[in-house]
Design a protein around this ligand. Structure first.
Ligand code: HEC
Length: 101
Protein backbone atom coordinates (compact mmCIF):
# COMPACT_ATOMS: atom_id res chain seq x y z
CA UNK A 1 0.00 0.00 0.00
CA UNK A 2 1.29 3.46 -0.86
CA UNK A 3 1.85 5.94 1.94
CA UNK A 4 -0.77 8.34 0.59
CA UNK A 5 -3.36 5.55 0.55
CA UNK A 6 -2.47 4.70 4.13
CA UNK A 7 -2.88 8.33 5.20
CA UNK A 8 -6.27 8.56 3.48
CA UNK A 9 -7.32 5.39 5.27
CA UNK A 10 -6.17 6.65 8.68
CA UNK A 11 -7.90 10.00 8.28
CA UNK A 12 -11.06 8.17 7.30
CA UNK A 13 -10.83 5.94 10.36
CA UNK A 14 -10.36 8.93 12.64
CA UNK A 15 -13.36 10.70 11.14
CA UNK A 16 -15.38 7.52 11.57
CA UNK A 17 -14.29 7.13 15.20
CA UNK A 18 -15.14 10.70 16.12
CA UNK A 19 -18.57 10.48 14.49
CA UNK A 20 -19.55 7.61 16.78
CA UNK A 21 -21.50 8.27 19.97
CA UNK A 22 -18.74 7.03 22.26
CA UNK A 23 -15.10 7.69 21.54
CA UNK A 24 -12.51 5.74 23.52
CA UNK A 25 -9.90 8.21 22.19
CA UNK A 26 -11.69 11.24 23.60
CA UNK A 27 -12.34 9.18 26.73
CA UNK A 28 -8.66 8.44 27.15
CA UNK A 29 -7.86 12.16 27.07
CA UNK A 30 -10.59 13.03 29.58
CA UNK A 31 -9.61 10.14 31.84
CA UNK A 32 -5.98 11.24 31.69
CA UNK A 33 -6.90 14.80 32.65
CA UNK A 34 -9.11 13.96 35.61
CA UNK A 35 -9.83 10.38 36.60
CA UNK A 36 -6.34 8.91 36.30
CA UNK A 37 -5.07 10.99 39.25
CA UNK A 38 -6.96 8.61 41.52
CA UNK A 39 -8.05 5.64 39.43
CA UNK A 40 -5.00 5.28 37.16
CA UNK A 41 -5.15 4.70 33.40
CA UNK A 42 -4.79 0.94 33.67
CA UNK A 43 -4.69 -0.83 37.02
CA UNK A 44 -4.09 1.32 40.08
CA UNK A 45 -1.12 0.42 42.24
CA UNK A 46 -1.40 -2.36 44.76
CA UNK A 47 -2.88 -0.96 47.95
CA UNK A 48 -4.45 2.02 46.16
CA UNK A 49 -7.39 3.40 48.17
CA UNK A 50 -9.34 3.98 44.94
CA UNK A 51 -11.45 1.37 43.17
CA UNK A 52 -10.06 0.30 39.78
CA UNK A 53 -11.95 1.27 36.61
CA UNK A 54 -9.85 -0.41 33.92
CA UNK A 55 -11.45 -3.48 32.41
CA UNK A 56 -14.69 -3.07 34.37
CA UNK A 57 -18.14 -3.69 32.91
CA UNK A 58 -19.31 -0.71 30.83
CA UNK A 59 -22.88 -0.76 32.12
CA UNK A 60 -21.69 -0.92 35.71
CA UNK A 61 -19.41 2.10 35.23
CA UNK A 62 -22.07 4.14 33.41
CA UNK A 63 -24.66 3.43 36.08
CA UNK A 64 -22.24 4.31 38.87
CA UNK A 65 -21.29 7.63 37.23
CA UNK A 66 -24.91 8.62 36.61
CA UNK A 67 -25.76 7.74 40.21
CA UNK A 68 -22.90 9.90 41.45
CA UNK A 69 -24.03 12.69 39.12
CA UNK A 70 -27.62 12.70 40.40
CA UNK A 71 -26.38 11.95 43.95
CA UNK A 72 -28.35 8.72 44.38
CA UNK A 73 -24.93 7.26 45.22
CA UNK A 74 -23.15 9.41 47.75
CA UNK A 75 -19.44 10.14 47.76
CA UNK A 76 -18.34 13.72 48.32
CA UNK A 77 -15.45 13.34 45.89
CA UNK A 78 -17.28 11.52 43.12
CA UNK A 79 -20.45 13.62 43.43
CA UNK A 80 -18.33 16.71 42.70
CA UNK A 81 -16.44 15.13 39.84
CA UNK A 82 -19.38 13.39 38.16
CA UNK A 83 -21.53 16.49 38.62
CA UNK A 84 -19.72 18.20 35.76
CA UNK A 85 -19.78 15.26 33.33
CA UNK A 86 -22.13 15.25 30.33
CA UNK A 87 -23.65 12.04 28.98
CA UNK A 88 -21.12 12.07 26.16
CA UNK A 89 -18.23 12.53 28.64
CA UNK A 90 -19.51 9.49 30.52
CA UNK A 91 -19.88 7.44 27.33
CA UNK A 92 -16.38 8.40 26.14
CA UNK A 93 -14.66 7.73 29.47
CA UNK A 94 -16.49 4.44 29.99
CA UNK A 95 -15.69 3.29 26.47
CA UNK A 96 -12.03 3.91 27.26
CA UNK A 97 -11.87 2.19 30.66
CA UNK A 98 -14.10 -0.76 29.80
CA UNK A 99 -11.83 -1.58 26.84
CA UNK A 100 -8.57 -1.58 28.81
CA UNK A 101 -7.45 -5.14 29.46
C1 HEC B 1 -9.70 12.76 43.81
C2 HEC B 1 -9.78 11.31 43.50
C3 HEC B 1 -10.76 10.85 42.42
C4 HEC B 1 -10.85 11.31 41.13
C5 HEC B 1 -10.05 12.42 40.46
C6 HEC B 1 -11.86 10.48 40.49
N1 HEC B 1 -12.36 9.56 41.37
FE1 HEC B 1 -13.76 8.15 40.97
N2 HEC B 1 -13.68 7.50 42.90
C7 HEC B 1 -12.92 8.07 43.90
C8 HEC B 1 -13.25 7.45 45.17
C9 HEC B 1 -12.65 7.79 46.53
C10 HEC B 1 -14.26 6.48 44.89
C11 HEC B 1 -15.01 5.58 45.89
C12 HEC B 1 -16.26 6.36 46.28
C13 HEC B 1 -17.30 5.53 46.96
O1 HEC B 1 -17.05 5.05 48.06
O2 HEC B 1 -18.41 5.38 46.37
C14 HEC B 1 -14.48 6.54 43.47
C15 HEC B 1 -15.39 5.72 42.79
C16 HEC B 1 -15.61 5.75 41.43
C17 HEC B 1 -16.47 4.81 40.71
C18 HEC B 1 -17.23 3.65 41.31
C19 HEC B 1 -16.35 2.43 41.29
C20 HEC B 1 -16.98 1.20 41.89
O3 HEC B 1 -16.27 0.20 42.01
O4 HEC B 1 -18.18 1.22 42.21
C21 HEC B 1 -16.45 5.18 39.41
C22 HEC B 1 -17.18 4.51 38.26
C23 HEC B 1 -15.57 6.33 39.30
N3 HEC B 1 -15.07 6.64 40.54
C24 HEC B 1 -15.28 6.97 38.12
C25 HEC B 1 -14.47 8.11 38.02
C26 HEC B 1 -14.26 8.83 36.79
C27 HEC B 1 -14.86 8.44 35.43
C28 HEC B 1 -13.43 9.87 37.08
C29 HEC B 1 -12.99 10.98 36.13
C30 HEC B 1 -14.03 11.75 35.50
C31 HEC B 1 -13.11 9.78 38.49
N4 HEC B 1 -13.77 8.70 39.03
C32 HEC B 1 -12.26 10.63 39.17
C33 HEC B 1 -11.95 9.05 43.73
C34 HEC B 1 -11.72 9.76 42.57
Amino acid sequence: MKLTQLIVLLVGLLAFASSQAASPYAGQVKAGEVCAQCHGMKQPGVGSPFPPLAGRDANYLKTALKQYRDKTRVSELMNNIAGSLSDSDINDIVSYYSNVH
